[in-house]
Design a binder for this molecule. Structure first.
Ligand SMILES: NC(=O)c1ccc[n+]([C@@H]2O[C@H](COP(=O)([O-])OP(=O)(O)OC[C@H]3O[C@@H](n4cnc5c(N)ncnc54)[C@H](OP(=O)(O)O)[C@@H]3O)[C@@H](O)[C@H]2O)c1
Length: 274
């Protein structure tokens, strides 16, 4: 049995679908199964990383766990080991390598360390920017044809969450990935201007990009994000390191299938922008 944390989110949702398609016995974790909106035949079990004891039922009978950073990994991983879980695949971040001193780099590295210290089989996935971050533009697209973002022409190799999930599925279900660290990206850098055009194409509308300053974007983000995360996010988007802009071959190496383009993600998720 595989337990998928974050099953109501971008990567975990894709992972749950892929494992079910393959007929792998799988269970979903959610803090609120009643609101999970997953197919009726999915086994959704309640549990919250903030309260490790609440995970005992979800962890029971599980061999492999897909885990996301929670800030409480030491206790969560101890609970997993107690329940007999052997293998953990962690959704970490490229920031562990490229920005180890940043808050994002530190919290993800702490999560990795907790798994290393446990002695369980661990595999770390370190993606860069997700294609699904552009869901944040849906309300602008609902209101008109203009999407306003900073850093119009800075290209990052945004990754399809389904490709992160495909790497996770491989590491969860096949042997030979214990101790591996997989840095992950999409197939090529794509700028916000190109992303807006691709979403327009996917929904059959002509959308236009308009650049705003980083300061204005920061003010808007501050309404729902802590200041340190706003600063780190803007720095990542506007001032990426060379590594963060590079398209990596890892998705294809691990899964045998090439990483999908941003345009493909936009087509797969067009309904979210209609
Ligand atoms: N976005 C990026 O560009 C990017 C890049 C690199 C790494 N990452 C990392 O990727 C992760 C986000 O992945 P995502 O986009 O797939 O997630 P997401 O769509 O934001 O969904 C978050 C998921 O986490 C679950 N969750 C939240 N708090 C929980 C808790 N206390 N206990 C149990 N489950 C909890 C939620 O489930 P319920 O609400 O059902 O409980 C939900 O399914 C983060 O760790 C982020 O740092 C993101």
């Amino acid at each position: 049995m595989i337990l998928v944390a974050g099953a109501t989110g971008n990567v975990g949702g894709e992972l749950l679908r892929q494992l079910r398609t393959e007929g792998v016995p799988v269970r979903a974790l959610s803090r609120n199964p009643g609101r999970a909106a997953l197919p009726a035949d999915v086994d959704v079990v309640a549990g919250d990383f903030a309260d490790p004891e609440s995970l005992a039922k979800a962890f029971s009978g599980v061999e492999a766990l897909f885990l996301m950073m929670s800030g409480n990994e030491t206790a969560v991983v101890e609970e997993a080991a107690r329940a007999g879980i052997r293998r953990i695949v962690l959704l970490s971040s490229v920031a562990v390598e490229t920005r180890p001193e940043s808050l994002i780099g530190r919290v993800h590295r702490d999560a990795e360390r907790a798994i290393e210290a446990s002695g369980l089989e661990g595999t770390f996935l370190r993606p860069g920017q997700f294609a699904s971050n552009t869901r944040a533009w849906a309300s602008q697209i609902a209101q008109g044809d203009v999407v306003r973002t900073p850093f119009a022409r800075v290209g990052l190799p945004a990754i399809h969450p389904g490709d992160i999930a495909a790497v996770a599925r491989t590491a969860l279900t096949e042997d030979g990935h214990a101790g591996a660290v997989y840095s992950l990206s999409g197939p090529r850098p794509v700028t916000p201007v190109e992303q807006v055009a691709a979403i327009g194409e996917a929904i059959g509308r002509k959308l236009r990009h308009e650049e705003i300053t980083a300061e204005r974007a920061g003010e808007e983000m501050s309404a729902f994000m802590p200041a340190e995360i706003v600063t780190a996010t803007l720095d990542f988007l506007g001032n990426p390191t060379v590594t963060e802009t590079q398209a990596l071959p890892t998705v294809e190496k691990v899964t045998g299938k090439p990483a999908r383009t941003f345009a493909q993600w936009a087509r797969d998720n067009a309904d979210g922008f209609r």
